[in-house]
Design a protein around this ligand. Structure first.
Ligand SMILES: Nc1ncnc2c1ncn2[C@@H]1O[C@H](COP(=O)(O)OP(=O)(O)OP(=O)(O)O)[C@@H](O)[C@H]1O
Ligand SMILES: [Mg+2]
Length: 270
């Protein structure tokens, strides 16, 4: 088999045939360069609605880079070039000029809680206010439902007007999730959202992610294999900028097809 044939085979193997599931995000032959350096190699995969999709792989393999292509956060980095196609709800996101709208629809939660130095209330109301919502009652409702949606309401309802930076790390991360929810996204991207948290806060966020998938499509980067196995429906294993294997999480963690996947999930490298 020629190198090209092998590559085609790899690409096809990452396209799961699941006729009954709604495809939310469709990626085809995505290549990404930072200047001269290629970071992603012909990635093709479908991400399904109302599922949690985990991205795993060793440091530097391109997980964050890939995640950022899904809401065009890479546009903000100088010298990034990409080719291929990404559609969300059948619309090519690199053809639309309304990137603000795209980032409203595709929210993001980062590794470290990045709340603004303002009250809990103002943090969650920030996005809706930027969208022009001024009505106090409406803002109150958005803030409450978002904090409830992020399973943090009961812990903060009596201190909404105090600084968000006075919360614990785990609480701050859930307020970040509330802030994302307040924008009424369809898709939430999470880049190692629990890596700075203690085990109890981590479990709370994981529980939250499980409950959220009925309303959102979630893509999560994690270095924690147990976490990927616990929270996700599908898992993509990245290595050196390629997707080596993409499948049902159960299958990836029990009978992976590729030796490299097996070596990684059993801790033999990375
Ligand atoms: N802004 C940038 N400019 C140039 N190269 C970059 C930039 N960001 C990432 N890279 C390179 O692209 C490759 C993929 O990086 P990326 O951050 O996507 O990896 P990752 O899988 O998220 O790693 P980690 O698990 O450590 O977060 C790496 O070689 C990295 O050095
Ligand atoms: Mg990363």
């Amino acid at each position: 088999m020629s190198a090209k044939e092998i590559k085609v085979k790899i690409n096809n193997s990452t396209l799961l045939k699941q006729p009954n599931k709604e495809v939310k995000i469709s990626v085809r032959d995505l290549n990404l360069f930072y200047g001269e350096k290629q970071a992603l190699y012909s990635i093709s995969l479908d991400i399904h609605a109302n599922e949690v999709t985990a991205l795993i792989g060793p440091s530097g393999c391109g997980k964050s880079t890939f995640l950022r292509t899904l809401n065009r956060m890479n546009d903000l980095i100088d010298g990034v070039k990409l080719s291929g196609n990404i559609t969300i709800d059948q619309e090519n996101i690199y053809k639309t000029t309304d990137v603000i709208n795209l980032r409203t629809k595709v929210g993001m939660v980062f590794q470290k809680a990045n709340l603004f130095p303002m009250s809990i209330y103002d943090n969650v109301a920030y996005g809706p206010r930027m969208q022009g919502i001024k009505n106090k009652k409406e803002l109150n409702e958005i803030v409450e439902s978002s904090l409830r949606g992020a399973a943090i309401w009961d812990e903060v309802k009596d201190r909404l007007k105090t600084s968000a930076l006075g919360l614990s790390g785990g609480q701050q991360q859930r307020v970040c999730i509330a802030r994302a929810i307040a924008m009424k996204p369809d898709i939430i991207l999470m880049d190692e959202p629990t890596s700075a948290l203690d085990p109890i806060s981590t479990l709370k966020v994981e529980e939250l992610i499980e409950n959220m998938k009925k309303d959102y499509t979630i893509v999560i980067v994690t270095h924690n294999m147990q976490q990927a196995a616990r929270v996700s429906d599908k898992t993509a294993f990245f290595l050196s900028g390629e997707v080596v294997e993409y499948d049902e999480t159960n299958k990836i963690f029990s009978v992976p097809s590729d030796q490299r996947t097996e070596d990684y999930i059993t801790g033999r490298f990375g």
